[in-house]
Design a binder for this molecule. Structure first.
Ligand code: DLL
Length: 435
C-alpha cells in the first residue's frame, strides 16, 4: 500500500453520491424521458431514427423501456461530420473537441455552456473520488488540444480549487523537473506515459519515490492490475483508474474511488449505462460482460442515445458511492484479436508480461497472417537489470509458455534490450496489424 492516506472527505460529497437507489432511479427516469423528447424535437437524425424504429419518446416510462430505442454508433457520428448531430445551432456551442480518428475523419463533439459545466462537475467528482483535495497541486500530463484529456482534467481540477500545471504530454525530461520543483501531489497521464516518466526518473538517477506525489489519475487506454501495481510501487502513490470517451463528454464518465479501488463508479445521474451483447444487442444483466452503452441525460449540445462505446466490461453493484460501477475495461471490440479461433485482448498479454521476471510493461503486439492462419508476435522490452542475451532468451521462453498455458495460444516472443520500444506521450499503440 502506498504511504499516503487518501480518501474523499465524506462531508464534501454531492448529495446524489450517497442517494438511495430509488432516488437515483427517479432522477434517471425523469432525465431520460426529457432527453428522449429533446433529441426527437431537436436532432433530425434521432427523429428519423426513432420513426424508423417505430418508437416515440412517449413510449418511455421506465428505465427498461430504453432498450426499445435504437442505438447510436461511431459511424453515425462520422456520417454527420462535423456538426450534423447537434441539438442546438453551432453558434450556441462554446467548445468543440474531436477524437483522433486513426482512419478517416475525426469524430467531432460540441459543448454548450451547460455541457462544460456538467463536465467540470463530473471531473471534480472524479478527482475527489481519487482522493484529490482543493489544496493539491496537479501536474496534468494529458495532452491539451482536440483530445479531451488535457482540458477535461484541467477544468475539473480548477473547479475543485486545485493549482493546475497544464504541462500536457511530451518533453519528458522537463516533466521530471517540474514534478520535483513544483512539488505536485496529484498527477494525471495515460498509464503508459506515466511509465515513460518513471523511466526518465531512473535515467536521471532520481528516485521516483522521492517526489511529493501521492495520487495519480490514469486512463484513456486499457491497463491492467499488474500495471497499477508497477506504477504504485515505482512512485509510491495511489494509482486510480479514470474512464471516459469524447463522444459522451471526455474523461469523468466514471472514476475509481481511492478507498476501494474496485472498479469505476459511473456518474449515473449524468450518463446512463447499459451492457448489451454486442452481436444481438440484447441487454445482459448486471454482472455479465458485454458492450457498454451510454445515454447522456444532462447534455444539451450533442446528447447521444444508447451510444455504443465498443468497450467491453461488466456493470457491478455500488460500493463506495450510490452509483453502480464498471469493471476495468477488458478491451475494445475493435482490438480483439482472433488467434486460431481464440479471442484475445492486448490486456491479457500485458497481464502475463507483468508476471515474468525481467520483463518491462513496454510492449508491442504484431499480427501477421501465415497462409490462412493469424500469428501473434509479442515484442517486449527487458528491464534494465535483465538485458543480458541469455536472460532475455529465458524471459522470452517463459512468456511464450505462459501465454500458451494461460491464454491457450501460440506466440512468438522477442525480448528487446531496454528502450527498444518507442514510448508514447499519450495513448500507447500496442497493436500493429500487418495482415
Ligand atoms: O480517452 C477520455 C479520457 C481522457 C479518459 C483522459 C480518461 C482520461 P477518447 O479519446 O474519446 O477519450 O477515447 C475513449 O479510450 O472508449 C476506451 O476505449 C478508452 N479508455 C478511456 N479510459 C479508459 C480506461 C478519452 N480507464 C476510449 N481504461 C474509450 C480503459 C479507457 N480504456
Amino acid at each position: 500500500m502506498p504511504r499516503a492516506e487518501r480518501a474523499a472527505d465524506k462531508a464534501t460529497l454531492e448529495s446524489v453520491e450517497t442517494a438511495s437507489r430509488d432516488e437515483l432511479v427517479a432522477i434517471q427516469t425523469r432525465r431520460l424521458g426529457k432527453t428522449l423528447q429533446y433529441v426527437y424535437e431537436n436532432v433530425p437524425f434521432y427523429k428519423a431514427r426513432f420513426d424508423q424504429h417505430h418508437v416515440r419518446p412517449e413510449d418511455f416510462s421506465e428505465l427498461t423501456d430504453l432498450a426499445n430505442f435504437p442505438s447510436t454508433t461511431k459511424q453515425h457520428l462520422r456520417d454527420a461530420y462535423p456538426f450534423g448531430m447537434l441539438a442546438v445551432p453551432r453558434e450556441e456551442l462554446v467548445r468543440v473537441h474531436a477524437s483522433s480518428g486513426t482512419t478517416g475523419k475525426p469524430t467531432v463533439v460540441g459543448y454548450t455552456t451547460n455541457d462544460l459545466d456538467v463536465w467540470s462537475a463530473v471531473m471534480q467528482r472524479s478527482i475527489r473520488a481519487a482522493g484529490g483535495r482543493p489544496t493539491d497541486l496537479i501536474h496534468n500530463a494529458y495532452g491539451y488540444g482536440l483530445f479531451t484529456g488535457g482540458l477535461g482534467l484541467h477544468d475539473g481540477a480548477q473547479r475543485m480549487g486545485c493549482t493546475v500545471v497544464p504541462v500536457s504530454g511530451g518533453m519528458t525530461e522537463r516533466q521530471v523537473t517540474l514534478i520535483q520543483d513544483f512539488g505536485a501531489q496529484l498527477i494525471s497521464a495515460t498509464p503508459s506515459y506515466m511509465l515513460a516518466i518513471a523511466d526518465e526518473f531512473d535515467r536521471q538517477g532520481v528516485d521516483p519515490k522521492g517526489t511529493r506525489l501521492e495520487v495519480g489519475l490514469f486512463g484513456a487506454e486499457p491497463w491492467t492490475e499488474g500495471m497499477r501495481q508497477e506504477i504504485e510501487e515505482r512512485f509510491d502513490i495511489h494509482a486510480v483508474n479514470i474512464y471516459g470517451l469524447s463522444e459522451i463528454i471526455g474523461p469523468g464518465v466514471a472514476a475509481e474511488c481511492v478507498e476501494t479501488k474496485d472498479g469505476l463508479t459511473v456518474w449515473e445521474d449524468h450518463f446512463y449505462p447499459e451492457i448489451v451483447d454486442p452481436d444481438s444487442m440484447q441487454p445482459v444483466p448486471d454482472g455479465i460482460q458485454g458492450e457498454l452503452l451510454f445515454t447522456t441525460i444532462t447534455k444539451t449540445g450533442m446528447p447521444l442515445i444508447r451510444y455504443r462505446t465498443r468497450d467491453l466490461t461488466t456493470l457491478l453493484p455500488p460500493t463506495a458511492r450510490s452509483m453502480r460501477r464498471i469493471d476495468r475495461i477488458a478491451g475494445r471490440t475493435d482490438d480483439m484479436m482472433i488467434i486460431r479461433g481464440v479471442n484475445v485482448f492486448p490486456s491479457q498479454i500485458e497481464e502475463q508480461i507483468l508476471k515474468v521476471d525481467g520483463l518491462s510493461p513496454h510492449y508491442m503486439l504484431e499480427l501477421t497472417r501465415a497462409g490462412q492462419l493469424d500469428a501473434l508476435k509479442v515484442i517486449v522490452e527487458a528491464r534494465g537489470d535483465a538485458a543480458a542475451d541469455a536472460t532475455r532468451a529465458a524471459a522470452a521462453a517463459a512468456l511464450s509458455e505462459r501465454i500458451k498455458s494461460v491464454i491457450g495460444i501460440s506466440s512468438e516472443v522477442e525480448v528487446t534490450v531496454p528502450d527498444g520500444i518507442e514510448r508514447s506521450m499519450g495513448k500507447a499503440v500496442r497493436l500493429r496489424d500487418l495482415r
